[in-house]
Design a protein around this ligand. Structure first.
Ligand code: SF4
Length: 171
């Protein structure tokens, strides 16, 4: 009896962001059903419950790195991911939260929070590619959902996405 082929495992990760790029994926509706038929959506907390487990064929990463915890977490995501694609301006450029890079983050914290003893943050917001190797950067704020579907389809079929974007290190 022929063995059923394992579906590629897709994961969607969130770092510092507004969730708008993940919503672009959820907004794909019919197309998302086709994606779900072609892949196992193995980790996508925005859409369903799930736990981090094993490795993933394709990881989509939204958001920038703003805490020491997230700086460590993205290393784990990279180790678990055969391909890693960053989606949106937060993940590819640091996002609006990178305005802090040009100011004193401690001054911001003391103005916004009365009790800031529990605020743990880095002085900067940095793109994912500053921390780990990235296979492709999909830009936009939010990203274009058609382009996102093209990126997913391309990586699942082992070809380069037909998108005029700068890729970081796709082979
Ligand atoms: Fe939100 Fe824009 Fe960041 Fe996407 S790139 S998560 S839409 S702020």
């Amino acid at each position: 009896m022929a063995r059923r082929r394992r579906k590629p495992r897709l994961a969607v990760w969130k770092f510092a962001s507004c969730d708008g790029c993940q919503l672009s994926l959820l907004d794909c509706e019919d197309e998302l059903l086709a994606v779900a038929d072609a892949v196992e959506i193995a980790y996508f907390p925005e859409a369903s419950r799930g736990e981090v487990r094993g490795t993933y064929d394709l990881s989509l990463v939204e958001g920038s790195i703003t805490t020491a915890h997230d700086a460590a977490r993205i290393q784990d995501v990279r180790r678990r991911s055969r391909r890693l694609v960053t989606i949106g301006a937060c993940a590819t450029a640091g996002g609006i939260q990178a305005l802090r890079n040009f100011a004193d983050v401690e001054a911001f914290i003391s103005v916004v929070y009365a009790n800031h003893a529990y605020i743990q943050t880095l002085a900067t917001s940095t793109p994912i590619a500053d921390h780990v190797g990235v296979d492709f950067e999909l830009q936009g704020c939010p990203i274009n959902k058609r382009q996102l579907l093209e990126v997913i389809a391309a990586f699942l079929s082992g070809r380069r996405p037909a998108i005029p974007s700068h890729s970081v290190c796709i082979e």
